[in-house]
Design a protein around this ligand. Sequence first.
Ligand code: DQA
Length: 143
Amino acid sequence: MKISIINGPNLNLVGKREPEIYGTQSLENYLQLLATAYPDVQFTFFQSNVEGEIVDEIHRVGFDSDGIIINAGAYTHYSLAIADALSAVAAPAIEVHISNVHAREEVRRHSELAPVCVGVIAGFGLDSYRLAVEALDAIQKNG
Ligand code: DQA
């Protein structure tokens, strides 16, 4: 199974950024351990602070991956371009968030991406990414 994990703006600072919200472990370190825990999964990892680069990455992997796990950061809440890119490709996508966006500011409750994703996982810290891997695995096995 091929899974592409795509991260948006400011997620490169997880570990240092607002640790009371996002924790103290870096995303890079977490994703390395995640890959080790799933030796049968072929992962690709991508992070960018630039909207168009995220769109390009979705185009690049979206016809070759079995699933996309996307944390688009703040773009989640307003990027029609990223939503359109997810709609355009074949791979099913799961939206993830480290924090529980529904327990935060009102603006974070809206997602442009959720309607074009299979589902949303939010609020489990970095473990949200592992839960999304499990969800894609179940989709592949059970349809
Ligand atoms: C986030 C939640 C977003 O609202 C925020 O802009 C982020 C991180 C999360 O993972 O909890 O950058 O996507």
